[in-house]
Design a protein around this ligand. Structure first.
Ligand SMILES: N=c1c2ncn([C@@H]3O[C@H](COP(=O)(O)OP(=O)(O)OP(=O)(O)O)[C@@H](O)[C@H]3O)c2ncn1[C@@H]1O[C@H](COP(=O)(O)O)[C@@H](O)[C@H]1O
Length: 92
């Protein structure tokens, strides 16, 4: 799923379109700081949803965080598969 999402994100990176939120993030005037800022915001939103024990919000905010995680990886030229490889390497 994350690999499929990254393929679309990479396509927006190659061919940014004006209507794409992803392209706006990747090519924001704040540069990489915008991507990092959004990832931090989404992490805080997920923490708050957990604090509130609100399962529906936890799922929603976790999805937002995963999307912004993939955008962050693409911004820094890292493939989701490389993260999976690292997890596989750690697996006991
Ligand atoms: N999975 C997502 C996805 N999840 C969350 N978001 C966006 O992330 C934003 C998070 O909400 P916020 O309220 O925090 O942000 P905002 O106020 O809209 O924007 P900011 O000004 O704060 O940046 C929302 O605008 C959501 O639409 C996503 N935007 C796109 N995708 C997928 O990314 C792919 C490319 O989409 P486009 O870039 O829209 O073409 C498609 O497969 C989409 O389904």
């Amino acid at each position: 799923m994350l690999e499929e999402l990254q393929e679309i994100v990479e396509e927006r990176k190659r061919n940014p379109t004006p209507d794409s939120y992803t392209a706006k993030l990747l090519y924001h005037e704040k540069g990489e700081d915008k991507v990092l800022e959004k990832f931090g915001e989404e992490a805080v939103e997920l923490i708050l949803a957990c604090k509130n024990k609100d399962k529906e919000s936890i799922v929603y905010e976790a999805a937002d965080l995963l999307y912004h995680f993939v955008v962050l990886l693409s911004k820094f030229d890292v493939k989701v598969e490389e993260v999976y490889d690292e997890l596989r390497r750690r697996k006991k």
